[in-house]
Design a binder for this molecule. Sequence first.
Ligand SMILES: CC(C)(COP(=O)(O)OP(=O)(O)OC[C@H]1O[C@@H](n2cnc3c(N)ncnc32)[C@H](O)[C@@H]1OP(=O)(O)O)[C@@H](O)C(=O)NCCC(=O)NCCS
Length: 398
Amino acid sequence: MEGRLESKVLIREFDEDKDFKIVEKLEKNCEIGTKKGVSIFTNMVGDPLSRIRFYPLHVTLVAEILETKELVGVVRGCIKSMGTPSESFFKMGCILGLRVSPSHRRKGVALKLVTSVEEWMLRNGAEYASLATEKNNDASINLFTIKCNYVNLSSLFIFVHPIPTSTPIVHISRDIKIEKVNIDQAISLYRRTLKSKELYLLDMDVILKEKLSLGTWVSYFKDEDKLNLMKMVDNENTIITNETSSSSWVMFSIWNTCEAYKLQLKKSQPLRFLHTTLNHAREKIFPCLRMSLSESLCNPFGFLFLYGLHGEGENLGELMESIWRFTSRLGESMKDCRVVITELGFGDPLTKYVPQTDSMSCMDDLWYSKKLSSQIGEKDEVLVKGQVGNVFVDPRDF
Ligand SMILES: CC(C)(COP(=O)(O)OP(=O)(O)OC[C@H]1O[C@@H](n2cnc3c(N)ncnc32)[C@H](O)[C@@H]1OP(=O)(O)O)[C@@H](O)C(=O)NCCC(=O)NCCS
């Protein structure tokens, strides 16, 4: 077709020294989800790759016009080890931060970038490829479903809660205790609780040991403390929970994105102020932030991401509220922290206990996946049949 660029474009690895500035510029030109009068940009605090570096195996590929050496597209990929309840383990490649310069769109550049990142994933042992995108991103959905044969894997809810700046944060009930656990205890707890997910990560220990992970806590009712955390996890960090107990408890971990990058909303600013992130956090949370646009969000701000939420027992509503209050209070004490965000799969039993306050916003996120390797057995086919409801959301994706 006339105007197609596939044969005129070279896909090569990103060269930090040479490409840094050009990719940054390319990111700035790729507005996504920008709504009238408001834009949001990201300050990567001097390290544009700070997000992707959290993945042990990752790559950044750029699309370069052969003749002019102009960079017209970029894509990032990483590989994670994942598991399912049937104890099948596999490597999943994730596509992140795909961008094509507006002046070079609909010429096959993204298709070539996606094909190349899939080839990198396959060479590095990935059996599946996946990506997340906003429900209303038709270009991305068409590209992946029509051209690249991805299928819808899961639908998720992103919950965004601005930390109040003027009104004081409501106190946590005196009946509730929130206790921090150490990393070994957290790993031990996750070893047990992650099995309830239809899709979970195998390298939780890596995430929990990252500097952006602020810790793991357990929230429970004081009068039910006969079975509190310390009794669930003995001194050798072995789980000794009485499965028949009716005690209610919720566990959660917090990821501090404020240290990695900042977001900023601009009212009535031209798009030239829009700096996009290398990942999808910005475009994902944009519609929510738009709803809750306030003066405090017009200064650079960061957010805390709640991850690994898991609850057991009958009385989870109050415990879930306590988590948001606790995290808001923590964020309040941190410089430039303005928002608490979490993401849960549509089938996660905790979604119905997320506090429904006026300031809480919710939006849909879609995950797509594709089988890369022909070696995959039938028992793993669940991943390409679609609609996995209760999934672990990786804080590094935000
Ligand atoms: C999505 C994006 C990467 C597509 O880049 P591109 O180079 O224009 O895509 P391609 O030319 O390779 O298009 C391949 C197919 O995708 C689909 N597609 C691409 N743009 C589309 C659009 N605007 N509307 C509908 N379908 C579109 C079409 O099926 C297209 O095939 P066709 O041109 O033969 O009809 C680009 O629009 C972009 O950078 N958008 C902003 C960032 C973004 O949303 N990234 C995706 C995050 S997951």
